[in-house]
Design a protein around this ligand. Structure first.
Ligand SMILES: [Zn+2]
Ligand SMILES: [Zn+2]
Length: 682
């Protein structure tokens, strides 16, 4: 069904329909009538209620099979005591220690060893592969360490091993080993050994690159720091960060080998600070404390992303658009699956296989899930810390930042660290919101031809074409750099794009008539979105992915939409810890009777809601709502609606999914630290 048919149907039924659910979590909002919508917005809440017993974990698009139970249990525990059976199940699993041989299977198969006195040693000759079962190959591929790895996704025919492949594999092996030993096994001693090995392999990579430049295998580099310099500086800093966390966490050193091979001096200093270099002798292994485990995970994921970004930006380490080393989606899903109680090599390999090709959403889901293991399950952060963060934010001036974006939602420092780690790099390497199959289907329903402005790396455009066969023209004011130029995209650096992105902006719409306009997080505080909206001609749909509070375009953009367009469809997108975005599809009000500015509203079409009361559904166009500052997902129209028991329970669950729990009685509708007026149009 094309959008024209939708439109025709809309027009016929406009007077009798308001918000009508269709299967799953997509609602078709009909034109709202003057007496206001009966169903609340965001509509997924309605759907959650309709699906009796459905947990909010489903709504957030968490994986259904592995590792969900724990978060569900917590969610159910808080939100709905009729569903309490999951809690008892969960208790059995809580203390199951992870199986070292399973978690490190990929590494052990590459020559890493656990000796009889429980010491981990790196392989003498990195890359000597021992195990060849398909599961092990899959695990090693996820960590980017298979010595035979030709980048399985690399479709470049006849590509030979790159000269630096061995050094990169060995570095990734040590890095991923440290990540697993630190955040999953919580073993300080193993983690320290792996960090030292990573430092050594980074130095080896450095030497290999220098040699290749000298001998002309890769072109010499002049001017700004080379991609390798940038990557190595980043990796070394992050290894040092992780080393410091280990140092602060224990008093006794791990059994450290002597530093034969010029490891990074910063890391060496950190190791020395914790008494490294001396043999501690057989002793109880120290367990990494929960807070330190989070920090180690964050530091080492940054290092992993630095490697991934290097692979996507260095220009010679792979030219295929689907080539990754490592692929963060596979990597993070393997790590996350390793946390699951009773994980096996088979279950970890299956988690990697299940990633499919929706990489960004797979990263998002794995971050949600690992947050459960690292934070929620460890009762981090405390409700008092959350409240303190909220009150601190309320005390500091709540003025908007320079570019007009609102400050990030308040949360304790540890949660902020985790959220940034979850989202910043994926935004840089992919896009600001994760396309889902449902969102792509929704777009296809309205048009088979779109033009995307501000396309960044073209990830949405690429997914629209790949999944739905949509014809998309992707435009950006700074398209992904072509070899030989020095252009850098403000948001994506020099990362490789997913499809061809052409140079263009709102002015290019003239050459792209009869295409729907797609905008994903148009830059805040910038008129690009408004200009594009005004330049759009004809009877084509507009699709916007973003947040309605200044994070997407400008207040004027929202105002223009509200007055001159009407909302025809809404699709929920999966959230990160600090987002409140969705996909909305709009059609122009071209009937003069719809012209709100001219005082005409004879069809009874209300201005589009950007939010509505979580309890009664009153639209923010009708009445000013107050929105929760912590999740920015829940609005209420009145104290009475805020006191509704079901809403309160669902709201508490939404906070837990964002790694926060507030003390009883909070958030409090009348407290300005908890709720603020929601004014999308300024
Ligand atoms: Zn209400
Ligand atoms: Zn909230």
């Amino acid at each position: 069904m094309g959008w024209r048919d939708v439109r025709r149907r809309e027009t016929k039924s406009a007077r009798v329909m308001d918000w009508e659910p269709i299967p799953d979590d997509v609602l078709v909002p009909k034109r709202a009538r003057r007496d206001g919508p009966k169903r609340p917005f965001p509509p997924d809440v309605t759907v959650v209620r309709q699906r009796d017993g459905m947990s909010l974990a489903d709504r957030w698009g968490l994986p259904r099979t592995r590792g969900k139970r724990r978060r569900r249990a917590v969610v159910d525990d808080v939100s709905d005591d009729s569903d309490g059976d999951a809690t008892s199940d969960d208790d059995e699993d809580t203390e199951t220690p992870p199986n070292v041989a399973v978690v490190l299977a990929a590494h052990l198969s590459l020559g890493w060893k656990l000796d009889s006195s429980d010491r981990l040693t790196p392989p003498r000759r990195p890359g000597s592969s021992a195990g060849h079962t398909p599961e092990l190959v899959e695990m090693r591929r996820a960590y980017g360490i298979d010595p035979g790895n030709k980048d399985d996704n690399d479709d470049e025919p006849g590509r030979k091993d790159r000269p630096s492949d061995a050094a990169l594999s060995a570095l990734m092996a040590a890095l991923s080993c440290a990540r697993l030993c630190g955040a999953v096994l919580k073993r300080v001693d193993y983690c320290a050994v792996a960090l030292e090995e990573a430092s050594k392999q980074a130095a080896r990579f450095r030497r290999d690159i220098d040699k290749m430049r000298r001998t002309g295998v890769i072109p010499p580099w002049s001017g700004r720091p080379s991609p390798e310099d940038e990557m190595l500086a980043n990796v070394k800093a992050k290894l040092a960060d992780a080393g410091r966390e280990l140092g602060e966490d224990v008093h006794r050193a791990s059994p450290f080998g002597s530093s034969r091979d010029d490891p990074d001096p910063t890391l060496a200093a950190a190791i020395a600070a914790m008494g490294g270099g001396k043999k501690a002798g057989p002793s109880q292994p120290s367990s990494l404390a929960p807070v330190a485990a989070v920090r180690v995970a964050v530091a080492l994921d940054d290092a992993m992303y630095a490697l991934a970004y290097h692979g996507r930006s260095c220009g010679w380490a792979g030219s295929s658009r689907s080539s990754w080393r490592p692929n963060p989606a596979l990597y993070l899903n393997a790590v996350t699956a390793s946390h699951a109680p009773g994980a096996t090599v088979g279950s970890i390999a299956a988690a990697v296989r299940d990633v499919g090709d929706e990489w960004l959403d797979a990263i998002r889901r794995s971050r949600m899930e690992e947050g459960t293991y690292l934070l929620t399950a460890k009762n981090l952060p405390s409700p008092e810390d959350v409240l303190a963060a909220g009150e601190k934010a309320a005390r500091s001036a709540r003025t908007k930042t320079k570019d007009g974006t609102p400050p990030p939602p308040p949360c304790p420092e540890l949660v902020q660290l985790w959220r940034d780690s979850c989202r910043v790099w994926p935004c840089r390497l992919f896009a600001f919101a994760a396309p889902t199959r449902r969102a792509l289907t929704t777009l296809a329903k309205f048009s088979k031809r779109w033009v995307e402005i501000g396309a960044g790396l073209g990830y949405w455009a690429h997914m629209m074409e790949r999944v739905e066969g949509i014809d998309v023209v992707a435009l950006d004011k700074t398209p992904s750099p072509v070899a030989g130029t020095d252009a850098v995209n403000e948001y994506h650096g020099r990362a490789m794009s997913f499809c061809t992105v052409h140079k263009g902006g709102p002015e290019s719409l003239r050459e792209n008539e009869n295409r729907g306009l797609f905008l994903c997080y148009p830059p805040p505080g910038d008129d690009m979105a408004l200009d594009a909206l005004r330049a759009l001609r004809g009877d084509t749909p507009l699709a916007v992915v973003g947040e309605w509070d200044g994070n997407t375009g400008t207040a004027e953009f929202a105002r223009e939409l509200r007055k001159k367009w009407y909302l025809v469809e809404y699709a929920r997108l999966g959230q990160w810890g600090d987002t409140a975005h969705d996909l909305t599809i709009w059609m122009r009000r071209d009937d003069p009777r719809d012209d709100v500015d001219a005082g005409n509203n004879s069809n009874g079409f209300l201005e589009a809601p950007f939010a509505s009361c979580f309890t009664c559904g009153t639209s923010d166009a009708t009445r000013e709502l107050r929105r929760c500052v912590y999740c920015r997902e829940v609005c209420f129209c009145s104290k009475r609606c805020a006191g509704d028991a079901t809403s309160t329970a669902l709201h508490a669950s939404a906070h837990i999914l964002r790694d926060m729990r507030l003390p009883a009685g909070r958030p409090d509708y009348s407290n300005d630290a908890d709720y603020r007026p929601f004014r999308p149009c300024g």
